[in-house]
Write a protein that binds this ligand. Structure first.
Ligand code: SF4
Length: 639
């Protein structure tokens, strides 16, 4: 009898078991095909880039072959919310049909540290009452995961959460009950670890003998388009006034009543040293703000090198002072906290020494915000890290997302992530985008150059929303434009009995989306995070207004470094980088509108470059294909 392949077994499971148990299950050929491709990789090893259009059902397409194979896997996604969805919805459902052992892995700071909890001393009544609540919760919770507790002030959680620098590991009296190490034991025994890109990056940075995760044959990177950003952000240096203030205030700060608080509050002989370092730091940041502008790239020698090295020396001096002045004086718990602060200061001092020289393949820049000043260094591409530190640890790797290519060409992410050797496959969306979507292009709005365009955009938003046929999502690429448009539309929208909401305006993104899902008259103004991950079906989201084609700002440091690199090797930065990046982003934004076979909606594009520029056609082609008939309407109202 011929042997059943993993691909056949997975498909059979899907068609028989899943289809029977799931309400409204719709068979999709692209899901079966993707499952077959994943099964081959799971069974025989290799690297697959799998682009799965909206509605393919990619999660089951990779989960079923893993489960049936019995092999150990890490499944990584972009955010904690998506992790929760994968575990508590998809894997929970599958585990009702077949035995599967899975565990969610979050960053260490998400777990309560029992040692720190019991050593904690509240600084005021408010803190005391919150502490009491957490203490009660600690005796009930099985996970110690802050998500299970709910909202807690960062300043408090930060002092009682698990921190590797303040951990006693096996010598800790709470080790047996420790939430973080209990979670690690679950990761060890689970067949599937549900992780996120950030913790996958941290794990890959760890030396071999202190990895967070056990050896896993399979790695799935879902939402693979987001891996670039997470890793680029994570690898490198981040020296900021915030990080310094955070560590130094832990050592010593002046409380509301003028009294000293912090770890060194009982060591007055150290006050001058801490105060002097704080002043030195402050002066340095003032100097940076005076001599640099936001996102200024440091391409040659760093002008303030001597200042930075001097500062690094002062940090090391303070560490020495603290070590000698506090030796034997502290209780064990305080000693551990002090040690944690010293480790963090040491890392900052090393970063300050490294920054002026830079590193080959890395770019350096300055970030200046209202209350934050930072020196940053990141790899131009994270490809070396992916190739040398992530991929070799697994026999089978699948990188999947709804947007990994430009019309089937994967070279953009292939180059950034070092995936040249991958098998590339596209599994099209089962939705009929051309039939389900109407595209409306508004001419004459130029948010880059024409100040009157805000008024024109406001007219579009109001006229679309006043059709009252469902919710509206307005996608912006600039906070400033978003705020200005909000100022001239919000009250008019309210007068129309609509519910306008703007990202960053008192209400959390998640809550905004909950309100939208429950109504059909919401109007959301959203930035970056609304271009992806938003899943609202039916009339709750009927119209998507794209205010501008999502080209990245060319002066943004990583974009600039990448386009320069392409220019140096004789390539064309616009066609090799800026355009594909914008098209992929456009596809992500577009993907918010049609979420099921029965969804219909319209997209209003307020950037006529999509029609007037030669490259503009590529945006719509990337959604509808080159030969598809689209219900296209070009409004010339503002010409
Ligand atoms: S083992 Fe570490 S993280 Fe766990 S309770 Fe003890 S100190 Fe905290």
């Amino acid at each position: 009898m011929p042997r059943t392949t993993l691909s056949q077994a997975s498909a059979e499971f899907l068609i028989k078991m899943v289809a029977d148990a799931m309400e409204h299950y719709e068979p999709r050929s692209s899901q079966i095909e993707m499952m077959g491709a994943c099964a081959k990789i799971v069974e025989g090893g290799g690297l697959l880039m799998a682009e799965a259009g909206t509605g393919t059902g990619k999660t089951f397409a990779y989960l079923l072959p893993i489960i049936i194979s019995g092999k150990k896997a890490i499944v990584s996604t972009r955010t904690i919310n998506l992790q929760e969805q994968l575990a508590h919805k998809d894997l929970k459902f599958l585990s009702s049909l077949v035995e599967v052992d899975y565990a969610v892995a979050k960053g260490r700071g998400n777990y309560l540290c029992l040692r720190r909890l019991h050593a904690f001393r509240a600084e005021d009544n408010e803190e005391e009452s919150e502490y009491r609540n957490i203490l009660a919760w600690a005796s009930e919770t099985g996970t110690g995961d802050v998500e299970d507790y709910g909202v807690v002030r960062f300043a408090l959680w930060d002092r009682i959460s698990s921190d590797p620098d303040a951990c006693k590991w096996k010598k800790c009296g709470h080790f047996g009950q420790c939430f973080y190490f209990s979670a690690r034991r679950l990761w060890e025994s689970a067949q599937i670890i549900v992780a996120n890109h950030s913790i996958v990056g941290i794990n890959a940075m760890m030396p071999e003998d202190s990895k967070l995760f056990p050896d896993s044959e399979i790695l799935i990177i879902d939402e693979g388009h987001a891996l670039d950003h997470t890793l680029t952000d994570q690898i490198g240096l981040n020296i900021s006034n915030r990080v310094f203030d955070y560590v130094l205030n832990k050592l010593l700060k002046v409380g509301e009543k003028g009294t000293y608080k912090g770890l060194l509050s009982q060591s007055p002989n150290l006050f001058p040293a801490v105060e002097s370092l704080k002043s030195e730091m402050e002066l340095f940041w003032i100097l940076i703000r005076r001599s640099c502008r936001d996102e200024e790239i440091i391409s040659g020698p760093f002008e303030l090198k001597e200042h930075l090295l001097k500062l690094s020396e002062s940090v090391l001096e303070l560490i020495e002072n603290m070590r000698s002045a506090t030796a034997g004086l502290f209780e064990e718990d305080e000693e551990l906290e002090l040690r944690a602060a010293i480790i963090k200061l040491k890392a900052l001092s090393e970063a300050m020494e490294q920054f002026p020289e830079g590193m080959p393949g890395y770019t350096r820049w300055v970030e200046i915000e209202e209350r934050r000043t930072a020196l940053r260094m990141s790899p131009v591409y994270p490809r070396d890290f992916v190739v040398h530190s992530i991929l070799p640890a697994h026999e089978s790797v699948v990188i999947t997302s709804a947007t990994l290519s430009v019309a089937g060409d994967f070279s953009f992410y292939e180059h950034i992530l070092g995936l040249e050797s991958a098998i590339k496959k596209t599994f099209p969306s089962p939705f009929d985008m051309a039939r389900q979507t109407a595209v409306d292009i508004r001419r004459g709005i130029d948010l880059r150059n024409d100040p009157d365009s805000i008024g024109k955009l406001a007219d579009v938003v109001i006229s679309e929303a006043s059709r009252k046929d469902g919710g509206v999502l307005v996608l912006f690429t600039s906070r400033d434009i978003m705020k200005k448009t909000w100022e001239v539309t919000a009250s008019a929208l309210r007068e129309l009995d609509l519910i306008p909401m703007m990202q960053g305006e008192h209400i959390q993104n998640r809550t905004m989306l909950e309100i939208m899902r429950e109504s059909d008259n919401s109007v959301i103004f959203g930035l970056d995070s609304f271009w992806e991950g938003v899943d609202v079906r039916g009339d709750a989201l009927k119209c998507l207004i794209m205010t501008k084609l999502p080209f990245e700002v060319p002066t943004e440091p990583i974009t600039f470094a990448r386009t320069e690199e392409i220019r140096h090797r004789g390539g064309n930065p616009f066609y090799e980088y800026s355009l594909p990046r914008a098209i992929i982003r456009f596809r992500q934004g577009f993907g918010r509108l049609i979420r099921s076979k029965t969804d219909t909606g319209r997209i209003v594009i307020c950037d006529d470059r999509i029609e007037t520029k030669r490259y503009g056609k590529k945006f719509l082609d990337s959604i509808f294909g080159q030969n598809r008939q689209v219900n296209l309407n070009v409004a010339k109202k503002f010409q």
